[in-house]
Design a protein around this ligand. Sequence first.
Ligand SMILES: Cc1cc2nc3c(=O)[nH]c(=O)nc-3n(C[C@H](O)[C@H](O)[C@H](O)COP(=O)(O)OP(=O)(O)OC[C@H]3O[C@@H](n4cnc5c(N)ncnc54)[C@H](O)[C@@H]3O)c2cc1C
Length: 221
Amino acid sequence: MPDQPANRKGVPQARHAHLLMSGGARAIDSLLPGTLSELLAAGAHQHQLPHHLVRCRSGWLSRRLAGSQYLISCSRSLVDWVVHRQVLANPKVVLREATDVDALLGDRAKVTGVRVRDRNTGEQHDIEADLVVDATGRGSRIQHWLPALGVPEAREEVVDSGLSYATRIYQAPPARLRTARSSTFSRRTDARSRPDRDDHSAGRRPLAGHPVARGAANAGG
Ligand SMILES: Cc1cc2nc3c(=O)[nH]c(=O)nc-3n(C[C@H](O)[C@H](O)[C@H](O)COP(=O)(O)OP(=O)(O)OC[C@H]3O[C@@H](n4cnc5c(N)ncnc54)[C@H](O)[C@@H]3O)c2cc1C
C-alpha cells in the first residue's frame, strides 16, 4: 500500500472525481469508527445538502432524501488510504501486498480458499478460509474461477447506465483553496424530443489527498 494517498493500478476509476454520499459515509463510519473525522482532518470537504432534497434527473424524480444529508468531496485515493489505515489498525487483519488471487480452492460443493501469486517472485501458494469474499471489483474473474471448480457460471445482471465521464485535474491558487466548494451544473435534455439522451452535468470539486493537484473538473452525460 502507498504510504500516502496515491492512485493505484488496480483502481483506474480513482483518477475521476468521486463523491461519497452521507449514506455511504455513515455506513463506513459505523464499521470503522473515526473514518469520517480522519477524512475531514486530512482536508476532505463536507457539503450539506438541503433538507429533504428531491432531485429531478432525466425526467425522473428521485426518492426524497430523508432529513439532513451531505456529500464528502475528496480524492478517491484519500478515501481508500484512510479506510485501509483504519482496517489495518485491527491486529486481526493481515495485508498481503503485491499479491494476486489466481484461482479459488474447493469443489462444486464449497469454496475453501484461494490460490495467490506473489507479483514479484511469481510464487504461488494456497490460503484456506471458511469464507471467501470476491472484492476484486468490475474486472473480477469469478466467471472463470467458478467453472474451474465445476460450478456453473453465475447468472449476471448488467445495468448499463450509458454514462460517460471525463475528468481533468487543476492546481488551484492557494488562496482559492481555503474557500473551495464543490459545485455541479446540469443541463436537462428534452426527454420528448431526445428520449435516447440523458441529462448532462459538469462539476468541480476540491480534491484533498490527490497526489499532484488540488481540484478536479469533470463532465458526464
Ligand atoms: C468514472 C467513475 C466515477 C465514479 N464516481 C463515484 C462516486 O462519485 N462515488 C462513488 O461512491 N462511487 C463512484 N464510482 C464507483 C466506484 O468507483 C466503484 O463502485 C467502486 O470502486 C467499486 O468498489 P469495489 O471495491 O467493488 O472495486 P474496486 O474499487 O475496483 O477495487 C477492486 C480491488 O481489487 C483488486 N484486485 C482486482 N483483481 C485482483 C486479483 N485478482 N487479486 C487481488 N486483488 C485484485 C484491485 O487492485 C482493487 O484494489 C465511480 C466509478 C467510475 C468508473
